[in-house]
Design a protein. Structure first.
Length: 212
């Protein structure tokens, strides 16, 4: 997964990251004037904005799963009420233009697969994702990430899209590379991932830039 912005990617499983902030150090969100789409469709997936009624399914499908949350910047939810708080925060942040979150569903119908989203700071977008355990290994993370990168670049003001993942998370490394991002390096002792302890972790940083 990649810890969500409140999402980013988990390298071992390709599960997304981020119901809690995973912005880079010094990454203070600013508001975007861009109106991103409420729904994004890919060959197999439907991405849509969350609503309050999604909280129970989010909790049941992945938000309470420690293995799903392993590489996230947030700890597992203990109740559906925590998931409702998260959904409400997604709605509020979308309204202010600071970050945008989409839930991931099969386009043909079916249960919630996960979530993906990004934070915005002027020309820079950072994204993350998280998938339910039974959604791993099907290419959903790559498909959703590719769509989100394209969505971010639909804003002419965006010149860089990035994500990071823990160095011990090879599945997310594969996801980010397949989504067209370029490996730029390793950030040492960059972020504390609470499900892995209190010592800051090394992460790989991947990015795509708009060529001038």
């Amino acid at each position: 997964m990649v810890s969500l912005p409140r999402i980013a990617a988990d390298s071992r499983t390709g599960r997304p990251a981020q119901p809690s902030s995973t912005q880079p150090r010094g990454f203070t969100e600013s508001t975007s004037e861009m109106t991103y789409p409420e729904r994004i469709e890919t060959e197999r997936l439907l991405l849509r904005w969350p609503i309050e009624e999604d909280a129970d399914e989010m909790f049941a499908r992945y938000a309470q799963d420690l293995e799903v949350c392993r590489y996230m910047s947030w700890t597992p939810h203990h109740s559906a009420s925590e998931s409702r708080v998260f959904v409400q925060s997604c709605i509020e942040q979308r309204q202010t233009g600071s970050s945008f979150t989409w839930l991931i569903f099969p386009i043909s119908g079916g249960p919630l697969l996960g979530s993906i989203g990004f934070g915005v700071k002027q020309h820079l977008v950072q994204f993350g994702y998280c998938l339910a355990r039974d959604a791993w290994g099907h290419g959903y993370a790559t498909e959703a990430a590719s769509a989100i990168v394209a969505t971010a670049f639909s804003d002419p003001a965006v010149s860089r899209v990035q994500a990071y993942c823990d160095v011990e998370n090879p599945a997310s490394v594969r996801v980010l590379a397949k989504a067209g991002l370029t490996f730029e390096g390793t950030l040492r002792r960059y972020i504390v991932l609470p499900n892995l302890g209190e010592v800051p972790r090394d992460v790989h940083i991947y990015a795509s830039v708009r060529e001038t």
